[in-house]
Design a protein. Structure first.
Length: 329
């Protein structure tokens, strides 16, 4: 069976709404499949809480998400934009020829439908063109490439523990966010792609800007030595320079918390040692990096302005292999 292509959308600075409008047919499918795990009344409650938090601290993003929610016409838009329910495996490394840096990334999320409903939005932004693999209705950035500048993604970080009981610690962490005036990890990464002119500026923003919840960023520039992992607490950062990989566990020696996902050390070492021959060579995509929750594979080279990506669902590939180059070749 022929797999569907990931659509490429040409959008401007109002890219979240333009992406929604251009790929509106995917929104209900995404909410139907992704929301199947959660009762509709719970989605409505989560939406209201998310909206109140945005209203309290982030009016600019609230106005944008309200516009999106009005267009969608059903619960889910607010919660979707502040959700942190994913795990990932990512690495920042020199390319095989030593001329540039590569970002390799696997996005895992329990919600169904993300793999088959992913879109690629080419944003004509004020700081330059950039490409994000995203979903209609989402206003943050999870992974993207800015040709000639940098590529970046972020992973869910360990959960801060207070009681040792998962459900209670999860609730305590969400209550802490209520008093956080800082942006989400996804909205900070969006700000970086919209504003930063190079690797150094992107690194400074990701290291120094306070955020609402712990996050792990993976960043590459155009030179082979421009690679790092940036582990973040709301107002602290731990930077791992040079070739590095990240999963959903801390590498900072003095930081504690409940790691997300499974086999974090094995996943990290697997991706750290992977040796793909080309950007779209996904032979490294194997267990335990590959798993039933994988929804997207993403690889990027900022120096050549190239991206390779593919959507996945629990039963395997959900889209054809997507290739993009800023030069059009």
């Amino acid at each position: 069976m022929t797999l569907p292509d990931i659509p490429l959308l040409e959008v401007g600075t109002d890219w979240p709404f333009e992406t929604l409008d251009r790929a509106f047919d995917r929104v209900n499918r995404l909410l139907d499949e992704g929301g199947g795990r959660v009762p509709s009344f719970a989605v409505g409650i989560a939406d209201q809480i998310s909206r109140q938090w945005l209203k309290r601290w982030h009016e600019p993003y609230l106005a944008e998400i309200e516009r999106i929610a009005g267009r969608v016409g059903r619960p889910g838009a607010y919660f979707f934009n502040v959700s942190y329910e994913w795990g990932c495996t990512s690495s920042a490394r020199p390319s095989p020829d030593g001329r540039s840096a590569w970002l390799l990334r696997v996005l895992d999320w329990p919600n169904h439908g993300l793999g088959r409903n992913v879109v690629a939005s080419r944003v004509a932004g004020d700081a330059g063109v950039w490409l994000t693999l995203t979903w209609p209705g989402y206003t943050g950035v999870l992974q993207a490439l800015a040709p000639g500048r940098f590529a970046a993604a972020f992973n869910q970080a360990p959960m801060q523990t207070t009681t040792g009981l998962y459900a209670l610690d999860w609730l305590i962490n969400r209550l802490r966010v209520w008093d956080q005036p800082h942006v989400t990890g996804g909205h900070l990464l969006r700000r970086v792609f919209e504003r930063a002119r190079d690797f150094a500026e992107a690194k400074a923003l990701l290291t120094e800007t306070p955020i609402a919840l712990p996050t792990i960023y993976i960043l590459t520039g155009v030179a082979p030595d421009e690679t790092c992992v940036i582990e973040r607490l709301p107002e602290q950062a731990y930077v791992i320079d040079g070739p590095a990989a990240a999963t959903n566990a801390w590498q900072a020696p003095d930081w504690s918390g409940r790691a997300r996902g499974h086999d974090n050390l094995t996943r990290r070492e697997h991706l750290r040692s992977a040796c793909p021959s080309s950007l779209d060579d996904f032979d490294w995509f194997k267990l335990p990096v590959a798993n039933p929750r994988t929804r997207l594979i993403f690889a990027a080279d900022a120096a050549t302005g190239s991206v390779a990506a593919q959507g996945y669902e629990a039963d395997g590939p959900a889209t054809a292999l997507f290739r993009w180059n800023a030069s059009g070749t």
